[in-house]
Design a protein around this ligand. Sequence first.
Ligand SMILES: [Zn+2]
Length: 87
Amino acid sequence: MAGGWSRDGAVQDQIDDTVSDAVAAARSRLPRGESAEYCDICGEDIPEKRRLAVPGVRTCVECQSGRDSAVRHSSYNRRGSKDSQLR
Ligand SMILES: [Zn+2]
């Protein structure tokens, strides 16, 4: 009786592992967080079309493009390293 009980427990563990793996896989496919109603940066309304088109969006188009170009140019990093070299 005791042996049968422990075998059931092992099978249940395997099932739990499989289920949690499937849940984790399904979650990783979903967008992270909900789309914001208002831009995180300037507070402007984010159009519903944009929120649907970009799941998990946090900023309006203008702030998003501003952030993108800031990352591309990375002027902050360059300025910072020049300052530290002068000192
Ligand atoms: Zn904005």
